[in-house]
Design a protein around this ligand. Structure first.
Ligand SMILES: [Zn+2]
Length: 329
């Protein structure tokens, strides 16, 4: 069978970063907010580099203000993912943008998101789980209430905690309080590292934050001892090749280290990160990987099962999704 009809599992998707530009433009018009600067003449998100990307991202998402906005966003994101065959998705949610880190306000946003996710499970056949992320460049103090939001709302839907944002700001160890709080609440942990930071940032995330998965982690390839350690420990990397290539981390798909990491035994998975910002989809990721490395249905099947094994959901959900994968084989 072709990978094109094979169900996909995605572990690394930023909720606001997945917002279709047309959806954001429509919302801005409704609210009479001028965010024309964030779009190019073709209506795509426009930015020049990673730091500029972060500011465009924040400007675009500034129109998302109410739980109802997030309900509509969730619907738009899930429709898009389901259209590309995704049957299980984990999305990064930031209470910083949903109620400013206040637990009660966050609960209202979460309720709105969860309601849409439940409905989409029935109508679109896609299961969504939420991983709460603090934002690194907002600093460690701001991360604390976000970890409390995560701990207070842990449950069937909220399954993990992580950190996103500018890897150039601060160190993982600055965030140990937040990660300890989330771990004690029983949440699974992940952290962005080894994208803009080198191999040491991956080591620091593993040692200081004791995470199970690494968001990106691709620059581990610059230190083969670390690559072997990741393989031995079974750490899963949430690799987002299209994001890395678009942001210029690697000059093209063939130069991306995902294949080398996989060959050395590292558990790699494939995700889109902020798909419309990087002009990608899960279909495009798979197409480019097929073209660059000759990956076939067998490799994509293996990648998908690796992703499901590393998913932060409960065992019942994992078994249910596993059945979907098996029946597609
Ligand atoms: Zn990311």
């Amino acid at each position: 069978m072709s990978w094109k009809t094979y169900p996909k599992v995605e572990l690394h998707l930023h909720h606001e970063g997945a917002a279709p530009p047309a959806f954001i433009r429509g919302l801005a018009q409704e609210k009479n907010v001028d965010i024309s600067k964030v779009f190019d003449e073709r209506g795509h998100y426009a930015y020049e580099n990673f730091v500029h990307f972060l500011s465009v991202y924040e400007a675009a998402t500034s129109v998302l203000r109410t739980p109802e906005d997030y309900a509509r966003l969730t619907r738009a994101v899930l429709e898009e993912s389901a259209a590309h065959g995704v049957v299980y998705s984990e999305t990064f949610l930031s209470p910083d943008f949903c109620g400013g880190g206040d637990v009660e306000a966050w609960r209202e946003y979460l309720h709105a998101i969860e309601e849409v996710a439940d409905e989409a499970e029935k109508t679109l056949g896609i299961t969504l789980r939420g991983v709460i992320t603090c934002i690194r460049h907002f600093g460690p103090e701001k991360a604390r209430p976000i970890a409390v939001c995560a701990a207070e709302t842990k449950g069937g839907f909220i399954t993990g905690f992580g950190i996103a944002g500018d890897e150039g700001k601060g160190k993982p160890r600055d965030f140990t309080w937040a990660f300890d709080c989330a771990r004690e609440a029983g949440l699974h942990l992940t952290a962005h590292a080894g994208e803009w930071g080198g191999p040491q940032s991956v080591r620091d995330a593993l040692t200081d934050l004791k995470v199970e998965r690494i968001g990106h982690g691709v620059r581990a390839i610059e230190d083969l001892a670390l690559v072997d350690e990741l393989a031995e420990k079974g750490v899963t990397l949430e690799v987002c090749p299209g994001s890395n290539v678009t942001l210029g981390l690697y000059p093209n798909w063939r130069r991306h280290p995902i294949e080398q990491l996989r060959e050395r035994g590292v558990k790699v998975t494939v995700s889109t990160d902020d798909p419309p910002f990087f002009h990608t989809t899960m279909t495009r990721e798979f197409e480019e990987l097929e073209r660059a490395f000759g990956w076939d249905a067998e490799v994509f099947g293996e990648i998908t099962r690796t992703a499901l094994d590393a998913a932060f959901c409960d065992e019942d959900t994992r078994a249910r999704i596993a059945k979907k994968l098996e029946s597609a084989e």
